[in-house]
Design a protein around this ligand. Structure first.
Ligand SMILES: O=C(O)CCC(=O)C(=O)O
Length: 310
């Protein structure tokens, strides 16, 4: 079993602390990316996720990180004179132009080519034992370091707990998400955290939502924001309380550039605050593959925009 390294301070997510002392924190289980696909399939079914170490060529991932931050070179986001690849935050509040730069980046051929590289789609072809499909709606997230977020209890400053099917109900549950850190992301930089064993919980929750949503219109029924859902479709914001309630742990990881985590659409996950002592911005992408033969959520057939409300 992989052991959790010592953390200097509690982690925070949306203003709620998550301390190692409560025994509600554990280490995500790493897997060698070159294991036979049958073994990866087995781990995926067992854990609800597989953290594939060194799946991508590290240099290629860092090149994409460079491209991303180079686009922000004159935006005020980065420390002046710093190497854009490092992504050192300037500390300035966000400029109005930043969302536009982000929306342009997700449409670049370089980013698309990264998401569609043969190594990745061939992996999914093997996993599904069928030709695979990449959902067009592909998300890139950057998270600036901020130590003051801890004061903002309940105010969403980073990704609250959820499972992905809440947002993809127009298709079926055979969709698989790839979370890809674009740069080294030690625990303190606020990468994804997974609720251990939660794929079963997510499945149960979704079955209950399906019953409650039965009398809604077809459009409402698949919406993450319908009247039966909580704000934002989230399962919760207080990660510690959730781990207590379900008697489980949040699994955290020191991710490296080149890693990829694949997770089940029922696996509950969230992010913690970025409190990197070096002031680096956390950058990642999350994309979804599915067998071309399965039912797809057509709402995901367009590029992601900040206003698409999915
Ligand atoms: O990167 C994040 O903060 C959230 C990503 C996510 O929810 C996902 O990969 O499904």
């Amino acid at each position: 079993m992989h052991l959790l390294r010592k953390l200097e301070k509690p982690l925070f997510s949306n203003g709620y602390a998550l301390s190692a002392e409560t025994n509600r924190l554990g280490a995500l289980n790493p897997t060698q990316a070159n294991l036979p696909i049958e073994k990866i399939r087995e781990l995926f079914a067992l854990q609800g996720y597989v953290w594939l170490k060194g799946f991508f060529d590290k240099a290629e991932v860092l090149l994409l990180r460079s491209r991303f931050f180079n686009a922000y070179k004159n935006s005020g986001l980065l420390q002046p004179e710093s190497d854009p690849q490092e992504g050192f935050f300037s500390g300035n509040s966000e400029s109005e132009n930043n969302p536009k730069i982000l929306m342009e980046f997700v449409r670049t051929a370089a980013y698309e080519a990264f998401c569609l590289q043969p190594k990745l789609w061939q992996f999914y072809d093997d996993l599904f034992q069928s030709p695979s499909y990449l959902h067009k709606r592909k998300i890139v997230r950057y998270k600036t370091p901020d130590h003051s977020n801890q004061l903002l209890k309940g105010h969403p400053t980073t990704t609250p707990a959820h499972y992905d099917l809440i947002y993809l109900r127009g298709g079926n549950d055979k969709v698989v998400s790839s979370w890809i850190p674009l740069g080294d992301t030690p625990i303190e930089m606020g990468g994804l955290v997974y609720l251990e064993g939660s794929a079963l919980l997510g499945k149960k929750m979704e079955a209950e939502f399906a019953i409650n949503n039965k009398n809604l219109s077809p459009e409402e029924r698949i919406s993450a924001y319908n009247k039966n859902m909580t704000e934002g479709g989230w399962v919760g914001k207080d990660l510690g309380a959730m781990a207590e309630k379900f008697n489980t742990r949040w699994l955290v990881a020191d991710y490296e550039a080149g890693d990829m985590v694949i997770h089940s659409p029922y696996m509950i996950h969230a992010a913690t605050d970025n409190v990197d002592a070096m002031g680096r911005i956390r950058l990642s992408t999350d994309i979804r593959y599915q067998s071309i033969r399965e039912e797809l959520d057509v709402r995901w057939e367009n590029h992601w925009t900040l206003e698409d409300m999915l």
